[in-house]
Design a binder for this molecule. Structure first.
Ligand SMILES: NC(=O)C1=CN([C@@H]2O[C@H](COP(=O)(O)OP(=O)(O)OC[C@H]3O[C@@H](n4cnc5c(N)ncnc54)[C@H](OP(=O)(O)O)[C@@H]3O)[C@@H](O)[C@H]2O)C=CC1
Ligand SMILES: Cc1cn([C@H]2C[C@H](O)[C@@H](COP(=O)(O)OP(=O)(O)O[C@H]3O[C@@H](C)C(=O)[C@@H](O)[C@H]3O)O2)c(=O)[nH]c1=O
Length: 296
């Protein structure tokens, strides 16, 4: 049985869906069930539950996007940096292996030769460089807290998307933002991300950090072209001149736009497709969000 933290969220609810579909028993645990910051209480809950694995999707992302974290720094620091440290201690005490959902947004750009960052590259978009959003800084701190954690996976998710229209889905964001920043990014198809994380546990993949992103990278303009050529959107997309204009008009804090190298994940057998294939799949199976107030 898996203990699932953060099951009410965008990522956690996909874990719950996949567990149901794969007949994996799971129990959702939230801050209403136990003080997640109390290591002894959490370790006791884990021991008595009979769980064999814990998945942590709890975290603070800001809504509608990371700009909101700038105004909620305490909550953001607590959920993204303190919580993983407490979970590591509780899981170690209870002798339960676990996985933590981290983010690729602790990097910016590419390596000097244009290639993506690997798990061996230290973050370059964190409080240590003092160039990042508060959100990214706390996610990098969260990873620092897990250095040396035993029996722990750190799964880096990056700008998730799938076929379900949602304010959290990158494809919906691209279709709905008034103006777009043209940037090159690695992305994670949400279902493949979750299946890859569960694969780690199911196939006893060695513990450690994994860039759980689809293979390759795309530019915003390429995504727009796919949306237009498939007929999903015929909007005239408008782009910012550059990052300076984006920062001036649309953002309160810098964004991580970056490319990650997923070869460690692929070599371990994680089921991650080429990024354009899964973008096309999501577009072809697009499900518009239900209209508010629509009859059911
Ligand atoms: N969505 C994205 O674009 C990306 C997300 N991630 C990471 O994935 C994880 C999940 O994100 P996502 O699902 O999008 O976020 P959501 O905001 O949709 O969900 C967050 C979840 O965490 C719980 N939570 C929030 N604060 C706390 C806290 N202090 N203690 C315990 N639980 C808390 C919430 O529970 P409740 O509702 O009860 O408060 C909710 O279940 C985060 O760690 C995030 O950093 C990484 C890359 C991209
Ligand atoms: C606000 C805005 C963003 N963008 C671009 C910037 C960036 O390339 C992309 C996503 O930016 P957003 O502000 O929507 O999302 P942001 O909150 O930066 O997204 C992140 O969420 C957190 C939780 C993560 O961990 C990241 O991996 C990523 O998914 O959209 C626009 O093109 N136009 C806009 O008006």
């Amino acid at each position: 049985m898996i203990i699932l933290l953060g099951s009410t969220g965008y990522v956690g609810s996909e874990f719950a869906r996949v567990c149901k579909q794969q007949n994996i028993p799971y129990q959702c645990v939230g801050h209403r069930d136990v003080d997640l910051y109390n290591v002894a209480a959490l370790a006791e809950l884990l021991r008595s539950s009979g769980a064999s694995f814990l998945v942590n999707c709890a975290g603070f992302t800001g809504k509608p996007n990371v700009d909101a974290c700038e105004l909620q720094r305490g909550e953001c620091l607590l959920a993204n940096a303190v919580l993983p440290e407490r979970l590591a201690a509780a899981c170690e005490q209870a002798g339960i292996p676990w996985g933590h959902v981290s983010s690729g947004c602790i990097y910016t750009g590419t390596k000097a030769d244009g290639s993506g960052f690997t798990e061996l590259d230290p973050p370059n978009f964190s409080f240590r460089q003092d160039n990042c959003s508060f959100y990214s800084g706390t996610k990098a701190l969260g990873e620092e807290c897990l250095q040396g954690a035993k029996e722990c996976y750190v799964w880096r998710l990056r700008i998730p998307f799938d076929h379900r229209d949602s304010p959290r889905n990158y494809l919906s964001k691209v279709m709905n933002y008034q103006r777009l920043l043209d940037a090159t990014n690695s992305l994670s198809h949400l279902r493949e991300f979750v299946e890859s994380c569960l694969y780690c546990w199911q196939h006893s993949v060695p513990y450690g950090i994994y860039n759980v992103t689809n293979t390759g990278s795309v530019t915003t303009r390429e995504v727009v072209e796919m949306l237009r050529s498939s007929g999903l959107s015929n909007k005239q997309f408008d782009f910012f001149e550059d990052e300076e204009e984006f920062m001036r008009l649309a953002a309160k804090t810098p964004r991580s736009n970056t490319v990650l190298d997923n070869s460690k994940a692929l070599a371990a057998g994680l089921p991650l497709s080429p990024v354009r294939d899964v973008i096309q799949l999501a577009i072809d199976n697009w499900q518009p969000a239900p209209q508010v107030g629509a009859a059911t």
